[in-house]
Write a protein that binds this ligand. Structure first.
Ligand SMILES: Nc1ncnc2c1ncn2[C@@H]1O[C@H](COP(=O)(O)OP(=O)(O)OP(=O)(O)O)[C@@H](O)[C@H]1O
Ligand SMILES: [Mg+2]
Length: 303
């Protein structure tokens, strides 16, 4: 997975396809290599810390496992940090930004929430503990689903096109440079082998390409195992009507074979439409979706 070599790794795809799990699994792999990793969720109902059996971190980066920190980036908190950074004073921030009139004016600016959240995330990539020593070896972004991810990632370019020279434009400039730098940044598209996630992934690929963002990986999640070859599939189909126990067992196995074949076709469609190296993650049957499942996804990603 190319994403593992980047300072900034962005995981996106349709809702529910496994972005949070994969973000957690990538963090697990990197932490296993001795790296210090921050996973950013973007204005989400926090999922990553609980996946590691920890309580939600909120807006303060919190270590949930050795080497793995998580944070939930939300607009009000990111706005406060951004405001304080610009004004160099918390008091000034309160006077200016928390003024009711100013606050309602700011809320009305489209993409302001995205700008401050993205600014906060990208700031984490650049921030140094000491000269030459970045705070994080890697920042993983559990990005919002398709449309919202594009909205988030296009903010710097939109600002560069719209805003006159000044501090806002300077911020947009370094943000755009970092986001588009293929040596530091990588974006993975996650899909599961079903109609909607597949067509959304193809759309998303097109939109991110149009923004000239550095796509690195296509992650095919929850792929059913191929247990039977086509000949065996044929035999199973014929023996569905046999008497128990062979018949019912053959019927179930035949269903699995059909599902795997269908998933294979979706995988093929994705590979043809999206020219990125593809990695398959198997469908994992887990009673509870927890740390163990994350570990299994990590193992699959490393294979
Ligand atoms: N490889 C897999 N095998 C089986 N089930 C999986 C797999 N990956 C994810 N799932 C299932 O999908 C659910 C959603 O996963 P996850 O929360 O990581 O997705 P998400 O894309 O972050 O969703 P959301 O849009 O809600 O943020 C998991 O709780 C799990 O049940
Ligand atoms: Mg999620």
């Amino acid at each position: 997975v190319n994403l593992l070599d980047k300072r900034l790794a962005i995981v996106t795809g349709k809702g529910g396809v496994g972005r949070s799990t994969i973000s957690a699994a990538l963090a697990l792999i990197l932490a296993g290599r001795g790296k210090r990793v921050l996973v950013c969720e973007v204005n989400a109902r926090e999922r990553v810390a609980p996946l590691f059996g920890a309580k939600p971190s909120g807006h303060q980066a919190t270590e949930v496992r050795p080497g793995i920190f998580t944070v939930n980036v939300t607009p009000p908190e990111a706005m406060r940090e951004y405001g304080v950074m610009v004004l160099h004073s918390r008091t000034l921030y309160r006077v200016v930004f928390e003024n009711r009139l100013v606050a309602s004016f700011l809320r009305a600016i489209p993409s302001l929430a995205e700008l401050v959240m993205l600014g906060k995330i990208l700031h984490e990539v650049r921030v140094e503990e000491a000269p030459g020593k970045p705070r994080w070896d890697a920042v993983i972004v559990d990005a919002p689903a398709t449309g919202h991810a594009v909205q988030l990632l296009r903010v710097p370019q939109a600002l560069l096109e719209a805003v006159p020279p000044g501090p806002l434009r300077r911020d947009a400039g370094w943000m755009d440079e970092l986001l588009r730098d293929p040596t530091r940044t990588g974006i993975a598209i996650v899909a599961v082998p079903e109609e909607m996630p597949v067509s959304e992934a193809i759309d998303l690929d097109g939109q991110l390409r149009a923004l000239r963002l550095p796509l690195t990986d296509l992650l095919l999640n929850a792929m059913p195992e191929r247990r039977f070859n086509p000949d065996e599939g044929g035999i199973l189909a014929r023996r569905r009507a046999d008497s128990a126990p062979v018949g019912p067992a053959a019927a179930i196995a035949h269903l699995q074979a059909l599902r795997a074949a269908e998933a294979g076709r979706y995988g093929q469609r994705l590979r043809e439409a999206i020219s990125l190296p593809a990695v398959e993650i198997p469908f994992l049957a887990a009673e509870r979706w927890d740390q163990r499942a994350v570990g299994q996804v990590a193992a699959a990603l490393e294979r």
